[in-house]
Design a protein around this ligand. Structure first.
Ligand code: HEC
Length: 206
């Protein structure tokens, strides 16, 4: 190694050790304080939205490590027990209305008011109808959802209702909104979205 190469190596080592000492990750208290400092109440969106539920706290604690099976089972059981099934026994509404709910991303935003009817914004995360080409892929494709599952059997209907009502029932730390448990969609809107996914007449099952 000549002197120039030695100097380059030395500078590189200094740079690497400097990085190692400067970078230290904030703990959860510091992270929360810094997130809170970046937001303010605006319209209907208030700061209490940043307060985590016990489930969310647990999921944050385990964000970088495996959630122990026992805790996972407890969280999923609590979510399953919270699911309210329609008293009428009717699970499938009108798929045309369901498509509108799935398309609608309004509601609960700072620019909405408390009278705005919430949408489901399902396309933000899922492919559903093949006519809609703008969709996100955080969640799996729901195209042909009912057809691929052999139609609306009681088991599939109850599973789908529970998943939409409280996504944590089947995946403790799911990022999907809890449409029933968090009061985002009404029972009627959920029945309509269910029809979009499961009614054999729904174009997504053709
Ligand atoms: C923020 C993203 C997001 C939104 C919005 C969202 N989902 Fe999901 N959804 C997911 C993710 C991620 C999964 C799979 C893994 C999980 O549950 O964490 C999922 C799973 C599902 C499943 C189960 C699929 C299967 O094969 O078992 C159904 C049904 C579903 N979503 C329906 C809906 C409906 C209906 C809406 C709108 C009312 C919706 N989702 C909105 C993220 C989302």
């Amino acid at each position: 190694m000549n002197t120039k190469q030695k100097m380059t190596l030395l500078l590189l080592l200094i740079a690497v050790s400097a990085c190692a000492t400067v970078v230290s990750l904030p703990d959860s208290k510091e992270s929360i304080a810094s997130i809170k400092a970046s937001f303010a109440d605006k319209g209907i969106a208030k700061m209490d939205r940043l307060d985590q539920s016990e489930l969310q706290k647990t999921c944050s604690d385990y964000a970088q490590k495996e959630l122990p099976a026992e805790i996972r089972a407890q969280l999923e059981k609590a979510a399953t027990d919270s699911v309210k099934y329609p008293a009428s026994g009717k699970y499938l509404g009108d798929w045309k209305e369901g498509e509108k709910v799935a398309q609608n991303g309004r509601g609960l935003q700072f620019s909405d008011d408390s009278k705005t009817v919430n949408g489901g914004n399902c396309y933000a995360c899922h492919q559903i109808s093949k006519e809609e080409i703008a969709y996100g892929n955080i969640g799996p494709s729901l195209a042909q959802y009912g057809k691929l599952r052999g139609g609306p059997s009681e088991e599939i209907v109850k599973y789908t209702w529970s998943k939409i009502y409280s996504s944590h029932a089947f995946n403790a730390c799911s990022v999907m909104p809890r449409y029933g448990a968090a009061g985002i969609l009404s029972e009627k809107q959920m029945q309509d979205v269910m029809a979009l996914l499961l009614d054999p007449q729904s174009p997504i099952n053709k």
